[in-house]
Ligand binder design. Structure first.
Ligand code: HXC
Length: 269
């Protein structure tokens, strides 16, 4: 449950969150709303978007929905232009929409590769370009891309997603340098295993998978969408994070560092 933030750090501001109908996207949208901001959620399915909007409005702020597939550059651009036309500004763009499944690379069809790369890499660029144009004109804004640590360390079975998220990381750093001098910050948040329906079904479908993933996290637990959203809200808040640009904040309980392979001999009986 997300409660109103006493900081009211986003009062008078406007955010767009792709994939805002569920999971981490919904939690980020809610956290922005808790900070007093207007939020427009974008996604493919109208119903979950409407539910997010109702949850956002319950916090006493304005919500909007735009139903489109982030793979459709024209539709996504029109949706973002529509937000600026209606609300007069865009302060935050969260590229959260993702698609994922685990597949050995040699079995992955070109269609499967394209679906994930189109959503994650191309969709992020389309959203960034559309929002960035308004932000550059206004001379301020924050873009946040949701990635995963395999963007830099790789992971078997995720070649499509890792390549796409690696591209998003390169895009983030490139635009941080390209746009930073014009008031637009671009950062990433990198969640570890997060307790959401989408991630669970795609990445740890069985109890054995789930136990194995859990065993890889030094913190010994999954994270929650709300915990990720708290870090996202920090990066989006230009008062607190105004000097952070082109960086990645890992919210993963130390998972990507915790690849312990040597056993402690003193612990052996
Ligand atoms: C192998 C698969 C597959 C699977 C789909 N495909 N699922 N191949 N194993 N499990 C192939 C299809 O056969 C098809 O190939 C191509 O991918 C496109 O599939 P469609 O179903 O037609 O595409 P579409 O409806 O656009 O679906 C896109 C999707 C889907 C990515 C495949 O899963 C999706 O939209 N997911 C959104 C929700 C989601 O995945 N959320 C999880 C995010 S979690 P052909 O050859 O027939 O064209 C996340 C966290 C990562 O990203 C970090 C963890 C630490």
């Amino acid at each position: 449950m997300i409660e109103k933030s006493p900081l009211a750090e986003f009062a008078g501001q406007v955010a767009v969150v792709t994939g805002g109908g569920s999971g981490i996207g919904r939690a980020i949208a809610m956290r922005y709303a808790a900070g007093g901001g207007t939020v427009v959620v974008i996604g493919r399915r109208q119903e979950p978007l409407e539910e997010s909007a109702r949850m956002i409005e319950s916090l006493g702020v304005t919500a909007g929905v735009a139903s489109c597939d982030v793979r459709d550059a024209d539709a996504l651009t029109a949706a973002i232009d529509g937000v600026v036309a209606e609300h007069g500004r865009i302060d935050a763009m969260v590229n959260n929409a993702a698609g994922n499944f685990v597949s050995p690379a040699e079995n992955l069809s070109p269609g499967g590769w394209r679906a994930v790369v189109d959503i994650v890499l191309n969709g992020t660029f389309y959203g960034t370009r559309a929002a960035g144009r308004h932000m550059l004109e206004a001379g301020q804004g924050a873009i946040l891309n949701v990635i995963a640590s395999y963007a830099w360390h790789g992971h078997p079975g995720t070649v499509h997603s890792a390549a796409a998220k690696g591209g998003v990381l390169a895009m983030t750093r490139t635009l941080a340098a390209e746009w930073g001098g014009r008031g637009v910050r671009v950062n990433c948040v990198s969640p570890g295993p997060t307790e959401t329906e989408g991630a669970g079904a795609a990445l740890w479908p069985t109890e054995a998978d789930r136990a194995r993933v859990l065993g890889s996290v030094p913190a010994g637990r999954f994270t929650t969408p709300e915990e990720v959203a708290e870090s996202a809200s920090f990066l989006l808040d230009s008062k607190r994070a105004g000097y952070i640009n082109g960086d990645v904040l890992s919210v993963d309980g130390g998972q990507w560092l915790g690849k312990a392979i040597y056993s402690d001999s003193s612990a052996r009986s």
